[in-house]
Design a protein around this ligand. Structure first.
Ligand SMILES: [Fe+2]
Length: 480
């Protein structure tokens, strides 16, 4: 039946969101349902749950009668539980407005540019920055802020950045002999340039490059909180490589010890299930081959977590929500499997926990950082996270593997300096600190996959990173 639904959609040139496909599958007459859906979504290329007219949702039943219309496609949003809450304006759940039109993309990139320019304007090195068209008419050193359209190297080893800012565009030249030649510049990042226009005014010779960055003086102050927060990332329930023994020993440890160390919060930063159809021949690696079965199983296992622990669940690229980031929280159809006091949040999200700010992002954009920047690798995700913090953006590179939804604001901008920044996705475990921000890559509960074997990649599974909210100390609990 799944194949039939996909075929119907393909016949009309439409790409169905996996979440919507699942919804079709649980209808009495899936073919008729998909036919109705496609007729009402005429003209759209990518159709997701949010596109459904209300009557379809009512038929399908994923939305409660009392749930506001704007929450269609997302689970009931619980923004606060005890001392943990979602920071306002940081979660796309129920806020998505984009339809993927050209205008949406224009508005999205303008929002990115404005947010990051604001940060750059506060930098001393860029005081008096002027629009690019004006800067290019000057005969002296100028400062300007633009978005990188393209980075290329000349055959003589110099580098050319194509920069634009709405007022104009220009090439920025970095000589192969400049100390700036080794600096990492990625497409679509917003950057400040100090430089001098050439006599012909056709290029700006760069003397300094400025990223928005975390302020130099930022540091992690101690607080009097005695609680801790843990991160259970990349559970990949449903996969034949899910580590049940290690999971069980983690759960029995939680039952015995979580009270003693006041481990009161557990965040699951994405890839809670392995999903269906995420990669070719995935069926061969699944022990639970239904998405509902996968979520039901995780939900059942999470019931074992002691009651004093608040659980926050965020989707990743294997979860059944739209793949484009920012991703909304799990839809009610899946969320209803879980205990109602689990907080369902989007990806990325800022959480406020006992006065601490936690930025939690599954981390799919790491794929694009790693494939674009030469010295980054899957072995060292913490270095990728540093690059994200430096650019104050989780996923600047547009058009590669991470689909970005052109929302009215850019949720991927790191507009607040977090105390703790957590990612998963690459299945490594480690922690570090960058300019007072604790960075954590949060392991996985799946052993080496066929794909990882093929790429000679050794994951660090079954490790639970725990942060003491008061001191900021990180402990990596190993359950291997
Ligand atoms: Fe992932």
């Amino acid at each position: 039946m799944r194949a039939e639904i996909v075929r119907q959609a393909a016949k009309r040139g439409v790409l169905l969101d996996p979440e919507l496909t699942e919804l079709c599958l649980c209808q009495d007459d899936p073919v008729r349902f998909i036919d109705d859906v496609l007729s009402s979504a005429k003209g759209k290329f990518h159709v997701c749950l949010q596109d459904l007219p209300a009557e379809h949702l009512d038929d399908a039943g994923p939305r409660r009668a009392d749930e506001p219309r704007e929450l269609r496609g997302a689970s009931t949003v619980q923004r606060r539980r005890g001392d943990i809450s979602v920071m306002d304006g940081t979660d796309v759940t129920g806020e998505s407005t984009c339809e993927g039109k050209i205008e949406d993309f224009g508005r999205y990139f303008q929002s990115r540019y404005r947010s990051l320019r604001k940060m750059l304007e506060r930098r001393r090195e860029l005081a008096g920055a002027m629009p690019l068209d004006r800067a290019m008419r000057m005969d002296r050193e100028v400062k300007t802020i633009g978005m990188v359209a393209e980075v290329s190297n000349t055959k003589n080893g110099h580098r050319i950045i194509s920069l634009e800012d709405g007022s104009g565009e220009s090439k920025v030249f970095i000589s192969k002999d400049s100390p700036l030649i080794d600096r990492v510049i990625v497409p679509d990042e917003v950057i400040g340039i100090v430089g001098k226009p050439t006599a012909k005014k056709d290029m700006l010779i760069a003397e300094e490059l400025v990223h928005p960055d975390i302020p130099l003086g930022n540091s992690l102050e101690k607080t009097d909180s005695t609680s801790s927060i843990g991160f259970l990332c990349d559970v990949h329930m449903g996969s034949c490589t899910f580590l049940d023994k290690q999971w069980e020993s983690m759960i029995s440890w939680l039952k015995k010890e979580s009270h003693n160390i006041a481990l009161d919060y557990l965040v699951l930063p994405g890839d809670v299930v392995d999903g269906i159809g995420i990669f070719p021949d995935q069926l061969d690696e699944l022990v639970i081959d239904s998405i509902y079965g996968q979520y039901a199983k995780v939900a059942e296992m999470l019931k074992e977590v002691p009651d004093h622990i608040t659980i926050v669940l965020q989707p990743g690229n294997h979860d059944s929500v739209r793949p484009a980031e920012p991703q909304p929280a799990l839809a009610e159809a899946f969320a209803k499997e879980f205990d109602s006091n689990i907080m369902m949040v989007g990806n990325p999200v800022y959480l406020e926990v006992e006065g601490r700010t936690v930025l939690s992002y599954h981390g799919r954009a790491m794929d694009d950082w790693i494939s674009t920047v030469q010295n980054l690798s899957y072995e060292e995700p913490l270095k990728v996270m540093e690059e994200m913090l430096r650019r104050r953006h989780l996923a600047p590179i547009y058009g590669k593997r991470t689909p970005l939804a052109p929302e009215k604001k850019d949720y991927m901008v790191i507009d607040k300096v977090p105390d703790f920044f957590v990612t998963g996705h690459v299945h490594k475990a480690g922690h570090s600190e960058y300019r007072g921000v604790k960075t954590i890559n949060a392991s996985a509960w799946q052993s080496q996959t066929e794909y990882q074997k093929m790429h000679n990649f050794e994951p660090d599974p079954a490790i639970l990173p725990i942060i003491n909210l008061g001191s900021g100390a990180v402990q990596m609990m190993d359950f291997n």
